[in-house]
Design a protein around this ligand. Structure first.
Ligand SMILES: *Cc1c(COP(=O)(O)O)cnc(C)c1O
Length: 427
């Protein structure tokens, strides 16, 4: 069969099972089309997308401005490699550094590559600027982190499934509890060879854990005091998702301004991916000021596709949409509404313990043991009622719709969610 334009859901699932490696366990739904907050399956059923490809599609599916930028660039010049200059990279680098308030950017493709890049930059900085003895640099990370899937990154994960039988692992990482500045301070005090502290402003994959108010500011102050780089992985939290341009903006009053963090929380190294392209193309970035980024010299790091003209055009269009459509404000407003409506429900619920999150990055915790299948079954019921979400870590369901959602749509979605939850109250 050359053209699969009339494939059924079951046929598509069977093909993936037979010919694809089984590295995911997808919800059984086969999507063929997306527009704004909606996706459609091959049988023509419409769903609200409450995952947004793990917060990649913040600007909504197939946003015309982003897709058109991609088409125009694809018809002109797609890839030069960095062996030559291209006429889109420079303008993009100026645009993205101004947008987020850093001197320089290093363009990559996936989130994991950007994390790897940040690890390399901070180590090089530690040896060449801070003066740590060769091969002694340590990076502090947090328990239950998620930073991607490369061999080095899983070396500092504590997810047993992500690590099992992938060793030997990379050295040079120290793990401390999340949301624990005392542990951070103790570790910094006892270890002179720390290069950086790598942290998610909200732990997304772990189950949308929002740290205590003031945690990031305190962590940044400690990093400054010990001459350690404060490295924020905002691959999932960044770009308006949490109701701020960046989650490191926290509760600062920046929402109507162009802010990328008050000095108290601004990362030394900022890692972006996912929504940087609005979900149309893999685009990631590492941003830092010259004092840090200048350790990178020709030949020391690279990527064939990093900084390609399509990525540059797409990212500019995607970031334009965030500003033009005020997605930060929308995520902030709708997020508050979402949590308040769900809390009304939860106050009478036996099955849902709580809702937590910021902006439109939220999760509910199902009152059941970690490895029960209740959350999965709720997601199947949500699917049958026209809304797609996925459990993350057993009994937690993440809710992260595109940020272009309207208030009426959000209320519709809350009704779908609470109606599905009601089906499980008595079970
Ligand atoms: C998704 C994610 C990554 C990895 O991004 P990929 O594009 O899948 O490599 C890294 N960090 C965080 C916080 C993420 O959510």
């Amino acid at each position: 069969m050359a053209i699969l334009d009339s494939i059924t859901s079951q046929e598509a699932i069977n093909l993936e099972n037979q010919y694809g490696a089984h590295n995911y366990h997808p919800l059984p739904v086969v999507l063929t089309k997306g527009e704004g907050v909606y996706v459609w399956d091959v049988e023509g059923r419409r769903y609200y997308d409450f995952l947004s490809a793990y917060s990649s599609v913040n600007q909504g599916h197939c946003h015309p401005a982003i897709v058109n930028a991609m088409i125009a660039q694809a018809q002109t010049l797609t890839l030069t490699s960095r062996a030559f200059h291209n006429d889109k990279l420079g303008p993009y680098e100026e645009y993205v550094t101004n947008y987020f308030g850093f001197d320089k950017v290093l363009p990559m493709n996936t989130g994991a590559e950007a994390v790897e890049t940040a690890v390399k930059i901070s180590r090089k900085w530690a040896y060449e600027v801070k003066g740590i003895p060769e091969n002694e640099a340590q990076i502090i990370v947090c328990e239950n982190n998620f930073h991607g899937r490369t061999t080095t990154i899983i070396s500092f994960s504590n997810d047993p499934v992500a690590r099992a039988n992938f060793g030997p692992f990379t050295d040079g990482f120290m793990k401390i509890p999340y949301d624990d500045t005392e542990a951070l301070e103790a570790t910094l005090k006892n270890n002179p060879n720390v290069a950086g502290f790598l942290v998610e402003p909200i732990q997304g994959e772990a189950g949308v854990y929002v740290p205590t108010e003031g945690y990031l500011a305190k962590a940044k102050a400690l990093c400054e005091a010990y001459n350690v780089l404060f490295i924020a992985d905002e691959v999932q939290t960044g770009i308006a998702r949490t109701g701020r341009l960046l989650a490191t903006c926290g509760n600062c009053d920046c929402i109507k301004k162009d802010c990328s963090g008050t000095p108290e929380t601004k990362p030394d190294i900022l890692i972006l991916g996912k929504a940087l392209s609005g979900g149309v193309y893999p685009v990631s970035a590492v941003l830092a000021n010259d004092a840090i980024m200048n350790v990178i010299t020709p030949g020391s790091h690279g990527s064939t596709f990093g900084g390609n003209p399509i990525a540059a055009a797409v990212a500019m269009a995607a970031l334009d949409v965030v500003k033009n459509e005020q997605l930060t404000e929308n995520a902030d407003r709708l997020g508050k509404l979402f949590r308040s409506l769900l809390n009304d429900y939860i106050s009478t619920s036996k099955i849902v313990k709580l809702v937590r999150g910021k902006g439109l990055l939220n999760a509910i915790v199902i009152d059941d043991h970690e490895d029960s299948d209740t959350a999965w079954n709720i997601c199947l019921d949500l699917r049958d009622n026209g809304l797609l979400a996925k459990p993350t870590h057993g009994n937690i369901i993440r809710f992260a719709p595109p940020l272009v959602m309207t208030e009426d749509q959000l209320i519709d979605c809350v009704n779908i969610i609470t109606n599905s939850l009601k089906n499980f109250e008595t079970k």
